[in-house]
Design a protein around this ligand. Structure first.
Ligand SMILES: CCCCCCCCCCCCCCCC(=O)SCCNC(=O)CCNC(=O)[C@H](O)C(C)(C)COP(=O)(O)OP(=O)(O)OC[C@H]1O[C@@H](n2cnc3c(N)ncnc32)[C@H](O)[C@@H]1OP(=O)(O)O
Length: 157
């Protein structure tokens, strides 16, 4: 069985660094593309529409999660999100290229505080703040051990 804790983000066949679910497609299915420095281009695919022509709030949170971790991954190859808060300031249009600027507010040991702003032109559509952690070396094996110790599901639950 492969060692889950040896997992690292590797370039896909397209050369783009992607998380596991997107590797087979070779593109980020959330529509996040790193630009220069801490800038990212993000476009909400229409299938993430939550209302007519506007993004589902879950997509906005997921895009921020991806951007904030990618920003920290430039320094540290193993990250997880501990908390994420989003302020939804204006509806976010689908199929429009938006800009996101990330910022590392604080990094001490395993602890990271990060923030980001999503804009269209001069307008801020949403902001995010997150606490990230450098993943402990046994993060995934601890998870598997805990899961293996749970009772098997029955037809009643
Ligand atoms: C140039 C480069 C470009 C790169 C281009 C990349 C492109 C591609 C980018 C894609 C980027 C997407 C990135 C998404 C990133 C997420 O979204 S990660 C998924 C969401 N987050 C999670 O699943 C984390 C779940 N939470 C946790 O595992 C834990 O709460 C935390 C966050 C690790 C806790 O951290 P902590 O506060 O430092 O506390 P810690 O002392 O580690 O643990 C506290 C307690 O939590 C529990 N715990 C912690 N860890 C575990 C564990 N693994 N198993 C079980 N229990 C645990 C334990 O009860 C522990 O208490 P003890 O029993 O040890 O006393």
């Amino acid at each position: 069985m492969p060692d889950s804790d040896s997992f690292t983000i590797e370039p896909s066949s397209s050369g783009r660094m992607l998380c596991g679910g997107c590797v087979p497609d070779g593109v980020c299915r959330l529509g996040v593309e790193p630009r220069d420095g801490m800038w990212f281009d993000v476009t909400c695919p229409r299938h993430w529409q939550g209302g007519p022509g506007v993004a589902h709030g879950g997509w906005i949170a997921a895009a921020f999660d991806d951007v904030l971790n990618t920003a920290a991954l430039r320094t540290e190859p193993r990250m997880v999100t501990k908390s994420l808060s989003v302020e939804y300031l204006r509806p976010v249009p689908v199929d429009r290229k938006l800009a996101v600027l990330a910022r590392i507010e604080r990094h001490e040991g395993r602890e990271w505080t990060v923030s980001a702003r999503m804009t269209l032109g001069a307008d801020t559509l949403a902001t995010a703040h997150a606490e990230l952690r450098t993943r402990r070396p046994d993060h995934y094996s601890r998870h598997e051990h805990w899961l293996a110790g749970l009772p098997l599901p029955t037809n009643e639950n």
